[in-house]
Design a protein around this ligand. Structure first.
Ligand code: NAX
Ligand code: ADP
Ligand code: K
Length: 507
């Protein structure tokens, strides 16, 4: 499991530790960790050209001390000083180790010429980005932005603590930011390293332990070893394994129903009950003879004819007509966990606030699985703002709507109401961005809810498996290039993803 802490918590833990350590000891731990990752990346240090991007804060100090360590082992290190105020002891150490310095004034002049710094930096093997770390705020200013634009294309880039230009708390990127191959982060992950857009700038993140004593994390990310699902026991029967009810599809959208039912079947449900209008039922029955289907008249008021279930999934391809409203109401008025997706969310977004609040105020858990557009409609917010500030919006949504909210997109986030850590799913892949994959996810999470997993876990584990399945579908052979996948490919790769989970403990 990866833990990420807010800048405020990191600073408090650093202050507490620094009070107990000799002056400068903590920065030396960070610099030693950074230098050792760089040395490992370079392989041979003697004669290699290392460029340090040095900002005015302690992040620049880390880079200078790491550069001095590499210079002492034979690297040719140049520090580009991007601020008039620089960590003095770090700079003195680099100079003492034989490092070269491109002063602020020279750098300023260089960056203002036509070709910028591109020619000067040519031939660099490794760039260490020490412009900003956890103290970086807003778009890069001053020389930082043009410097980042002029980085040599074929050099490896290692970011110190956080890629400069990425907000450590949120992953927001306003304007220019360093695209790192590796980020060496200190003490704990930062939320911005796990959440897009920041996560996609960070490359591979390596954690260096500097001995911080940290409280509860703000964001967590699971590895596959953390995903533990209930397995059928010898005394299991289909009812005990969990019955999922899927309410999906309309005359307009039929495929969504097939995909959601498939997601539930592959997610390990003991039984899937499916209800919709007759043409959709016919299609689902044809594709999934395993599903128990019910044709509901369009004016059906109750879900009683469908039979008992342990969780409902409502919404994929449902449309937003009066029938869809009745189905969303009926599911949410039940006493079992409910997952609302797609048009189910649009139905909720179209309701008056008190009516929606009343429906979502239920004793059993509710999971909402919006993408940014659906969440924008639910919160009355702007879609692009949701995409830029995913963490703040998913937290707000969980609190305001009183439900577990899974926000889909380039990094899927799961938040539960209250001050719990938000989960960031790391298995996603842009290959998932194809129509219908969301329907597979809703069926899958429905199966996990029916199996009795708590809502945040069902959502988190569902997202993990879904991303893993997409990766396996896109690149079954890791030695070969990935190929585009369809939602159906994701569905049929779910068993392969499930086989990657840790083996159950022997009874
Ligand atoms: N506090 C400590 O003892 C330790 C801190 N460490 C390092 O110190 C870093 C934090 O240091 P600081 O608090 O000095 O902060 P930073 O070094 O991250 O940044 C602060 C500096 O950047 C400037 N700045 C911020 N945003 C900017 C922007 N958008 N454009 C241009 N300039 C900008 C500020 O004016 C200030 O000069 C950590 O990320 C880590 O690398 C490590 O050495 C571990 C120990
Ligand atoms: N850029 C991306 N990178 C990774 N995953 C993505 C990206 N864009 C979308 N996804 C994932 O693809 C799926 C799409 O779901 P959704 O938007 O509901 O589509 P649909 O309604 O067509 O099924 C979600 O699991 C989402 O997290
Ligand atoms: K940095």
């Amino acid at each position: 499991m990866r833990h990420a802490h807010s800048v405020e918590k990191v600073r408090a833990a650093e202050a507490e530790l620094m009070a107990r350590l000799p002056e400068g000891a903590l920065m030396q731990r960070a610099a030693a960790g950074l230098a050792s990752v760089c040395a490992r990346l370079l392989g041979r240090l003697y004669g290699t050209r290392v460029l340090l991007l040095v900002g005015g804060g302690n992040n620049g100090g880390d880079a200078l001390y790491a550069g001095a360590r590499l210079a002492r082992r034979g690297a040719r290190v140049t520090a580009a000083l991007a601020s008039p105020r620089i960590h003095e002891e770090g700079l003195a150490d680099l100079r003492a180790a034989g490092g070269r310095v491109l002063s602020f004034a020279l750098l300023e002049e260089l960056l203002s010429t036509d070709g910028g710094a591109v020619g000067t930096f040519a031939g660099t093997d490794l760039v260490i980005d020490g412009l900003t770390g956890i103290g970086g705020r807003g778009a890069l200013r001053g020389l930082y932005a043009p410097l980042v634009r002029d980085l040599p294309e074929d050099a490896a880039v290692v970011a110190c603590d956080v890629p400069s230009g990425v907000d450590a708390d949120t992953g927001e990127v306003e304007g220019e930011a360093v695209r790192a191959d590796v980020t060496v982060t200190f003490g704990t992950f930062k939320p911005g390293l796990l959440i897009d857009p920041g996560a996609s700038y960070a490359g591979v993140v390596e954690l260096v332990d500097i001995g911080l004593d940290l409280p509860e994390p703000d964001v967590i990310a699971h590895t596959t070893a953390d995903v533990r699902l209930p397995r059928p026991l010898p005394e299991s029967d289909k009812y005990r394994r969990g019955v999922v009810g899927v309410l999906a599809g309309s005359s307009e959208f039929t495929g969504a129903a097939v995909l959601a039912v498939g997601g539930a079947l592959h997610g390990g449900a003991g039984m899937v009950r499916f209800a919709s209008s007759e043409p959709v039922v016919e299609l689902v029955r044809g594709r999934w003879p395993e599903a128990v289907t019910t044709s509901l008249p369009s004016d059906a008021q109750s879900l009683e004819p469908v039979g008992r279930v342990q969780a409902w999934v409502v919404g994929p391809g449902l449309s937003v007509d009066s029938r869809a409203h009745r189905l969303v109401h009926a599911a949410l008025e039940s006493d079992v966990p409910v997952l609302v997706d797609a048009d189910g969310l649009n139905v909720l977004a179209g309701m008056s606030e008190p009516l929606r609040r009343g429906l979502l105020d239920r004793a059993a858990p509710t999971v909402l699985t919006p993408h940014a557009g659906e969440l924008a409609r639910l919160l009355g917010a702007d879609r692009s703002d949701i995409e830029a500030r995913r963490l703040a919006h998913v937290r707000r949504a969980a609190d305001e709507l009183g439900a577990t909210v899974l926000l889909k997109g380039s990094t899927t986030l799961v938040a539960a109401p209250g001050a719990h850590p938000v989960l960031a799913n790391l298995t996603g892949t842009p290959w998932l961005a194809t129509a219908g994959t969301g329907d597979v996810l809703s069926g899958l999470i429905g199966a996990l809810l029916a199996a009795g997993l708590p809502a945040p876990e069902a959502a988190a584990h569902g997202a993990h498996l879904h991303g893993l399945a997409a990766r396996l579908a896109a690149a079954p052979d890791p030695a070969l290039s990935p190929a585009p996948v369809t939602a159906f490919d994701v569905l049929t790769s779910l068993p392969a993803a499930l086989r990657r989970l840790p083996a159950p403990a022997s009874p």
